[in-house]
Design a protein around this ligand. Structure first.
Ligand code: CTP
Length: 402
């Protein structure tokens, strides 16, 4: 249940605001303490008194109370909450969240909140399908906001389609599951590799690849969210993380990544290898910048260590090893070969042939392939959601082998 959890319920101005009354009751029924923030427009749909009576707490509607002159601190509200649930979230408030437009107490509180944030969008079907709304939702997802997707059905406009706010019970269940899963990996340790590797040719040039590191970072975050201590060994990326449960170790080359992975692996319960490691490096690295000449330049490449295969060789029966395969053709056959060669417990296969999968983008379309040959295919999802699926699978295997 949600016993003793402190939930801040944000209500923005859509007709689904009436359903938030039921959501509040659902949270209270599950044992949560609830405080409510409403935008000006939300109060046009439902009066604050209804929320105040049901939450047994004053409703926050502005930065200060007009009658008493009392200041409501958005920082204190954000710090008080274990979760901030914004339901319904209108297209307007979603856009403000995406760009950080702090013109009311609700959005300002969102910007200063440190707790997990959940949103349940609600709008008409054409608005929900609009590219700007889709983009804003993607931005929120990429920043770690948990989106409880709108459902399909009859809408207040009389039209029918996707845009109905999720049912109050489903929203409460989603939040409850979030808290339940947050300790699933408590006491566990994980190694994650991420990003590309750069293999230096001379002090200013390298051989690299387009990996952004987004998938590996998303996995590290999800493992940490569920209570694991994570060692994230990352090649050069623009990404960073300040989560206390993640120790970020930045490396440049495959050899450096290899030596850190070798050192860390014996202490961890699992390793997820999302890095796009360069298979070859220049045999020699010039100490000074190579000058051009009239001749062609030939660079002799030697093989890099295979981090995955080396960990597969020393893997204990109580450890789990998960690999990635990015393929352009013969996907399943290649994935199966890699599982065997590298001793993976399962492999996350993505094909460059799938639109929305691969380097740089925020989405991915994956299939899990298991040593038995069994496969689990997923639709196109955000990398954060793919990370959730991967970690859920890891938890499942860990629980089964107990
Ligand atoms: N990997 C690794 N070390 C390497 C190469 C790959 O740890 N030197 C890991 C990757 O992180 C990934 C998996 O192995 O989890 C598969 O990588 P991939 O490059 O697709 O496989 P390769 O075996 O290198 O085969 P190929 O490049 O021929 O597809």
């Amino acid at each position: 249940m949600l016993q003793d959890k402190k939930i801040l319920l944000g209500v923005t101005g859509g007709i689904a605001a009436y359903k938030s009354v039921y959501l509040l009751r659902e949270f209270v029924r599950r044992g949560a303490q609830v405080k409510v923030i409403m935008t000006g427009m939300a109060q046009q749909f439902v009066g604050p008194l209804t929320f105040s009576a049901l939450s047994r707490s004053p409703v926050f509607t502005d930065f200060f109370d007009q009658n008493t002159g009392q200041w409501h601190s958005h920082v204190d509200l954000g710090l008080w909450a274990d979760a901030f649930v914004i339901a319904p979230l209108t297209a307007n408030s979603m856009a403000k969240m995406a760009i950080g437009l702090a013109d009311n107490l609700l959005i300002t509180t969102y910007l200063s909140a440190r707790c997990p944030v959940f949103v349940a969008p609600a709008m008409d079907l054409d608005m929900y399908a609009h590219p700007s709304v889709k983009k804003n939702l993607e931005i929120l997802l990429s920043r770690g906001v948990h989106v409880i997707e709108a459902g399909e059905g009859e809408l207040a406009s009389g039209l029918s389609g996707k845009g109905r706010m999720a049912e109050p019970q489903d929203i409460a269940e989603f939040v409850q599951q979030f808290f339940l899963s947050s300790q699933e990996l408590a006491g566990r340790k994980a190694l994650v590799t991420a990003g590309p590797t750069y293999e230096m040719i001379d002090p200013v040039r390298f051989i690299g690849n387009f990996s952004s590191g987004k998938m590996g970072f998303a996995i590290a975050r999800e493992l940490a969210r569920r209570g694991a201590k994570v060692f994230l060994v990352s090649g050069p990326t623009a990404l960073t993380t300040d989560e206390p449960n993640i120790e970020l170790i930045r490396v440049t080359s495959a050899q450096e990544m290899y030596s850190h992975a070798q050192k860390i692996f014996p202490q961890v319960d699992m390793a997820i290898l999302a890095a796009a490691v360069a298979d070859y490096r220049p045999a020699e690295q010039a100490q000074t910048k190579i000058k051009k000449s009239d001749q062609d330049l030939v660079i002799h490449l030697v093989k890099n260590p295979d981090i995955a295969a080396s960990l597969g060789k020393i893997k204990r029966s109580d450890q789990l090893l998960v690999g990635f395969a990015l393929e352009t053709d013969n996907e399943l056959r290649n994935a199966r070969e890699k599982i065997q060669k590298k001793n993976f417990d399962f492999i996350v296969l993505n094909s460059l042939r799938d639109k929305g999968a691969g380097f740089g983008v925020d989405t991915n379309k994956v299939t899990f392939v298991f040593p038995s040959g069994e496969q689990k295919a997923f639709p196109l999802k955000t990398k954060a959601q793919v990370a959730q699926d991967i970690v859920t699978q890891i938890v499942k295997i860990t629980n089964e082998s107990r």
